[in-house]
Design a protein around this ligand. Structure first.
Ligand code: NIG
Ligand code: FE
Length: 376
């Protein structure tokens, strides 16, 4: 042990034997919606029968159907759900998580959701970055009055959330059936004035021109399935990260996946995330997302790992602390029972994570389905 710091602090150092395993920076899951209560099994069956995500939403399913249960549930119960999701993520190698509100859609219940995220975060050794997604969809009380609801988001939700330091980012679902581009610009303007960072769900189902959004200092634009080449060139000139969430394409049964190759080959920084949510992507598994990125988006395993570690950290503006194993950065590690890092996306739908270290705290061994893979 030649390092003088290690020699001096030997007594408080925990040594972990990782011989024969692969050690990575912990995954940074930079896009999740964990503050929900109920599954959406009706939507699931309707889609199997042929309905699309948008048709289901128009018929009263979709995001709206997740709202009442969240409004009726206590903050403590919601926090418990979020904590369970965080724990499940850590068992699969994730150590940093962005967590959005967005199923309350009133000032009170969005605040309750963010408080629940905060409560769960305090009971979890990893790092949680909370995001206000009050502009997820227009709640039914404001049907056909989307601008009035956007006003509430701007004038009440954002200032109260900022004042109480409940979120670091504001997100908007910019899409037909959700919020328009002018609504998004207005919300971005208010969030900027309150000192909050910006991100948006955009170009998921239909194309939205990105130029006006890129005039803001937007940290991440997410989904981007329908982005055009001109906007890819624009994006490449900014330090906005493109966060791709192929779990949603998989679960919605879409033929097309996000255009990772076009983005990467044009010089855009691409991050990968689970988009964990009850409607379009009920998965907490970053390894599965990596696998989809390799098999359906032609990302190499090395690109997929960078996208889910250091680029995820950039997508949360945590690149100085997270996303790589370097002196001075937080001790966030994922240890995998594989010989080669390429096996992580290769063994799809199987958890090879043996251990995570979250801010220096070792997580309980992972539940591996194969007993031969568990650490002796
Ligand atoms: O990222 N597109 C908007 N939000 C989520 C879906 C949320 C839901 O269906 O509950 C997404 O896909
Ligand atoms: Fe999402």
């Amino acid at each position: 042990m030649r390092d003088p710091w290690i020699r001096k602090n030997r007594k408080q150092i925990e040594e972990i034997d990782c011989r024969g395993q692969v050690v990575l920076p912990g995954f940074v899951d930079s896009h999740t919606h964990p503050a929900f209560i109920t599954t959406r099994l009706l939507d699931f069956e309707k889609r199997i029968a042929g309905a699309t995500y948008e048709q289901i939403a128009e018929a009263g399913g979709g995001i709206q159907s997740s709202v009442d249960p969240v409004r009726k549930t206590s903050r403590e119960e919601l926090a418990e759900r979020v904590l369970n999701a965080l724990r499940e993520m850590a068992r699969q190698g994730t150590t940093t998580v962005e967590a959005k509100s967005g199923y309350g859609l009133t000032v009170e219940s969005e605040i309750k959701s963010l408080q629940a995220i905060g409560q769960a975060a305090r009971r979890w050794p990893g790092t949680v970055v909370p995001t206000l997604l009050g502009a997820h969809v227009v709640p039914k009380e404001y049907r056909d009055r989307s601008q009035a609801y956007a006003e509430i988001v701007c004038k009440e939700m954002i200032p109260r959330v900022a004042k109480r330091n409940l979120a670091r980012f504001v997100d908007v679902f910019t899409e037909r059936g959700a919020f328009s581009l002018p609504d998004t610009e207005k919300i971005f303007d208010c969030a900027t004035r309150q000192g909050l960072g910006l991100r948006a769900h955009v170009c998921q189902l239909s194309e939205t021109p990105l130029r006006s959004l890129l005039n803001f200092n937007v940290t991440s634009l997410d989904h981007l399935d329908q982005i055009n080449d001109a906007d890819i060139s624009l994006l490449a000139k900014t330090d906005t990260v493109a966060t791709l969430v192929p779990g949603a394409n998989y679960f919605l049964g879409l033929e097309q996946f996000p255009p990772a190759r076009r983005l990467i080959d044009s010089g855009v920084a691409v991050a990968l995330a689970t988009d964990y949510n009850p409607g379009s992507s009920p998965t907490t598994s970053m390894p599965f997302v990596l696998s989809l990125a390799c098999t359906h988006m032609r990302m190499t395993p090395a690109e997929a790992i960078s996208a889910s570690t250091i680029n995820g950290a950039w997508a949360l503006r945590l690149q100085d602390r997270k996303g790589s194993i370097e002196p001075g950065k937080d001790a966030d590690l994922g240890v995998f029972d594989v010989q080669d890092y390429r096996e992580i996306p290769y063994w799809f739908a199987s958890n090879r994570c043996a251990l995570t270290v979250l801010n220096g705290v070792t997580n309980a061994p992972c539940i591996c389905s194969n007993p031969d893979l568990r650490k002796k």
